[in-house]
Ligand binder design. Structure first.
Ligand code: SF4
Ligand code: SF4
Length: 427
C-alpha cells in the first residue's frame, strides 16, 4: 500500500514545484509544422515506418531488454566508478543541490500507481482538454496522448503496466546552455530539467487523481535511479510529438531533440493524438550532421529494420564511453532542427533546392570536448581503447574491470571450433 515519503536530509522538506527547480529557461520554441508544409520530396509516413505484424512477432518472441537493467548500463557504471570523468562533477553538484530529493521523487513516481483516486470519477466523458491545459500550467512544454501499446513493454517488465492511455510529457532544455555541450553546466541543467519535468508529472498525476482516476509512471523520470516499464519514444511518436532522428532519439518540430521526455499512463477518459509526418524520416537521410560529428562513431549512416521499425539504430556500446564526458549529447547540439527549429530548416531546404540550414558551419557543428580540445567542421577527437575508442566492453576489459570473453569459451569449448576434434582435411 502506498505510504507518503518524507525526509529530514534535504532542504526540500516537501516536494517543490517545477518552477522552483528551474525558474528561468530560454527555450526558443520553434513553430509547430503541419504535414502539408513539408516539401514533397521529404514526405514519407506519419510517425515511424513500421511493420506492425513484425513488431508484434518480435515483442512476443524477442522482447527488447530493459536498457536500464542491462549489462551495458551496469558495465558503464562500473567503468565510471573507476575512472576520472567530468560526469563525477555533475553528480557532486546534484548531490549538493538536491540532497536526497531526486531519490524521493523516483520513489514517489515508482509507487504512484498504488494511490487510489482522490474523489469519485468526474462525469465528463473526455478530460483531454483539461489534462493538457493542466500539463502546460505545471511546467510541461509539449504534451501528447496515445493508447498504451503492449508491443513496447520490455522483457523484464511484462505484466507491470496497468492503464490503457499514455500521456507523454516533454520539457525543453535552455537553448544557450545546450550550445555549451559537452559541458558539466549542460549536464547539471539536463538533470534540473528532468527533475522539474518529474515534479510537473507528479503534479499532473495529482490533478488526474482529483478527477477520480489513477496514474502510473511508466517511463522513467529522466533522473539517476529512475525505473521504466517501457521506452517512451514509440509512444511519443505515436502521439504526434515528433519523429525519430538519425541521432537515435526523437526530433520535435519545436525543439529538435532538446527535450526530456517522460510518460505516465492513466484510466482517465481521453482522446488519442495521431502520428504526424514532419519530413524528418527523409530529412535525416540528407542531413547526416550528427552522424559525421559523433565522437564515439556510434551513429550509423544506414537505416535498418529493427524489430519491425525502419530506423537508424544507435550503436549503444560505442556511445556509452562518451557519456563520461558529461553525457556527451553532441548529437543534440549539432542538429539543425534543435538549433533553428524545423520550420526554418524546411523553409531553407525549399528555398535553396535541398540545402540543410547550418550544415558545414562551425556555428552549428563545432564543439569543445574537455581535455581533447576544440573540433571544427570535419574534425573529431580520437580515443584509445582505455578511453573507449573500441567500445565500452573493450574499454572495461582493458581497464581490468571485467573479464574478457575468451576464458569462458575455453572452459566451454564449442566442438565446431575445437581444432582437436576436427579431422584434418585430406590432401
Ligand atoms: S551522445 Fe555522443 S557518442 Fe552518443 S550518439 Fe550522441 S554524439 Fe554520439
Ligand atoms: S543532425 Fe541532421 S541527421 Fe542528425 S538528427 Fe538532426 S536533422 Fe537528423
Amino acid at each position: 500500500m502506498y505510504r507518503p515519503i518524507s525526509s529530514s536530509v534535504t532542504k526540500f522538506k516537501e516536494l517543490p514545484r517545477a518552477e522552483e527547480i528551474q525558474p528561468d529557461r530560454e527555450i526558443r520554441r520553434g513553430p509547430r509544422v503541419a504535414s502539408k508544409e513539408v516539401p514533397p520530396d521529404l514526405r514519407s509516413v506519419p510517425g515511424s515506418p513500421r511493420e506492425p505484424k513484425q513488431e508484434h512477432w518480435f515483442a512476443r518472441h524477442f522482447p527488447e531488454p530493459n536498457f536500464k537493467l542491462g549489462i551495458l548500463t551496469q558495465t558503464y557504471y562500473t567503468v565510471l566508478d573507476n575512472i576520472p570523468a567530468p560526469t563525477h562533477e555533475t553528480h557532486k553538484i546534484l548531490k549538493e543541490k538536491y540532497g536526497d530529493l531526486i531519490k524521493r521523487v523516483n520513489q514517489e513516481a515508482d509507487l504512484y500507481h498504488e494511490k487510489p483516486p482522490a474523489s469519485p470519477p468526474d462525469p465528463s466523458p473526455d478530460l483531454t482538454k483539461e489534462i493538457k491545459a493542466k500539463a502546460k500550467e505545471v511546467g510541461v512544454d509539449l504534451v501528447g496522448i496515445t493508447r498504451f501499446d503492449r508491443t513496447y513493454v520490455t522483457a523484464e517488465t511484462k505484466g507491470q503496466a496497468l492503464f490503457k492511455h499514455v500521456i507523454v510529457l516533454c520539457r525543453a532544455f535552455d537553448w544557450n546552455i545546450t550550445h555549451t555541450i559537452p559541458s558539466v553546466e549542460w549536464d547539471v541543467h539536463s538533470y534540473d530539467t528532468s527533475l522539474a519535468l518529474s515534479l510537473a508529472g507528479l503534479e499532473l498525476a495529482d490533478f488526474i487523481r482529483s478527477k477520480g482516476y489513477r496514474v502510473q509512471f511508466i517511463a522513467g523520470t529522466g533522473t539517476p535511479g529512475e525505473q521504466m516499464i517501457v521506452p517512451i519514444l514509440p509512444y511519443a511518436i505515436a502521439a504526434g510529438l515528433g519523429q525519430m532522428g538519425a541521432n537515435g532519439t526523437m526530433l520535435t518540430p519545436e525543439f529538435g531533440s532538446r527535450v526530456r521526455v517522460i510518460g505516465i499512463s492513466t484510466d482517465a477518459p481521453v482522446t488519442h493524438d495521431k502520428p504526424v509526418d514532419y519530413g524528418i524520416n527523409i530529412l535525416c537521410e540528407k542531413c547526416q550532421v550528427c552522424v559525421q560529428r559523433c565522437p564515439g562513431r556510434a551513429l550509423p549512416n544506414i537505416k535498418v529494420n529493427w524489430h519491425g521499425v525502419t530506423k537508424y539504430k544507435i550503436i549503444t556500446e560505442r556511445c556509452q564511453p562518451m557519456l563520461k564526458y558529461a553525457e556527451c549529447n553532441i548529437c543534440t547540439k549539432v542538429c539543425p532542427v534543435q538549433h533553428f527549429g524545423l520550420k526554418r530548416v524546411l523553409d531553407h531546404y525549399r528555398e535553396t533546392d535541398g540545402q540543410i540550414l547550418g550544415k558545414g558551419t562551425d556555428e552549428l557543428e563545432s564543439y569543445t570536448m574537455f581535455d581533447k580540445g576544440r573540433f571544427g567542421v570535419g574534425e573529431r577527437p580520437k580515443f584509445n581503447v582505455k578511453e573507449g575508442g573500441k567500445g565500452l566492453m573493450r574499454m572495461a576489459v582493458s581497464l581490468k574491470l571485467i573479464q574478457p570473453i575468451r576464458p569462458v569459451l575455453e572452459r566451454n569449448p564449442d566442438p565446431l571450433y575445437d581444432e582437436d576434434r576436427i579431422p584434418a582435411l585430406e590432401e
